[in-house]
Design a protein around this ligand. Sequence first.
Ligand code: UGA
Length: 453
Amino acid sequence: MNIAIVGAGYVGLPTGLALAYLGNDIVFIDVDSEKIELLKKGKIPFYEPYLNEMLNLTKDNVKFTTDYKSGLKNISIVFICVGTPADENWKPNLTNIKAVAEMIGEYRTKKLEYVVNKSTVPIGFGKMLHNLINKDHTSKHIKGKNYITVVSNPEFLREGSALYDTFYPDRIVVGSDEINGIEAVSQLYSPIVNQNFTPPSFLQRPNGLSAVPIVTTDLCSAELIKYAANAFLAMKISFINEIANLCEKVGGDINEVAKGIGLDSRIGRKFLNAGIGWGGSCFGKDTSALIEMAKEYGLKLHMIEAARIVNYNQRTIIIEKLKTQIGNLANKSIGILGLSFKPNTDDLRDAPAIDIINKLLSEGAYVKVHDPVSLQKFLSMTNKSNIYGNTDVYKVIEGCDAVFVLTEWDIYKELDWQMVKRLMRGNVVIDGRNALNRELLIKSGFIYIGVGR
Ligand code: UGA
């Protein structure tokens, strides 16, 4: 199958490279010429495990271009994978995706039959997409150009494990109001649904996985499934964080509580890790978009609103905890270990670390930062004085009154705590992800502060 992927980012690249691995010929189209040039040289423009290896394996089946006209030649399916970032009113900004639809409409050939949308869009946008792409059609049979069927195929992959999630997803959702669209996209995914492909050596199939469920539905339901899934996960994290805050008052341990409730199969243990809350490009944007969309129908989404309040409060509560230990923050040196919104990514969008750093700076602290992959990206984004960064974690820790761990990278779990103790001026370690060995730290003479423990 000849497939075009519009948008070579966090969603487009894993999707396109996985489809290439499964035997399709892929053209990536992206307006960012710098990114396309890098990809042509075999370089991945952002940090995501195994994308380099996958590009290497599939290089004979993939092409990269900024030009829609040549890109869409011979293509029968286009996947749209462009960003829909939140605008100043927290609504998804649809400028990019509308421009993509116009370009596809303009440059589609007779061969093009299906446009599959993976970008997260407001509910009902699929119908608008259909009209934008088919706008010069008054009937299904127009000379020279095909009528295009629009399909929604929401993305559930997580950054940091994008390729794994693409090959071994919990489910695939395919929504369209036209049955041929559902059939074509289901067929494309059949090697993943039936798990009958040979796994790449670096991404072994999980034990016991023999098939992946596929949910086929209408366009609108598919779009809503995406938002509902992210909102539910966001609420689950906020729920455990609220219980963690209660644990601190009553003297419980949130890890024990999470284990105790997570073993109930109706609840499940995943996404019950308490801490400084969610960040990233998705949960914040999608929960707010859902709230705004519901408002347009006169509906208030109480639970999702509450989840957001709990989430963003976690970023303040953690600083209050520090202040109870070391008092006023003016002129104190505070170490920040971890900037990315989670491990295995260099993504800093809505990263809790950024808010926490800004609050520390506003209280007069001197902030020293480290991250194994996003340090340079962070430093190039900030023009603030009073921030020092170093790729050597021990240089960052040196002289600090307190240290926060804000992203649970493995290197922080494996620190030499005796050395940390010698290097620090103070002895407070705040574990914003409950990732460290609490007993070891206490034994090493630190004041250990976690979340909900
Ligand atoms: C999320 C969803 O998990 C994906 O299914 C979805 O496809 C994606 O958004 C998207 O809409 O594109 P992602 O943002 O990559 O994926 O990251 P997650 O692994 O979901 O983590 C989100 C945030 O929640 C991170 O900051 C993480 O540290 C935090 N988190 C996660 C917790 O605080 N506690 C947990 O138990 C789990």
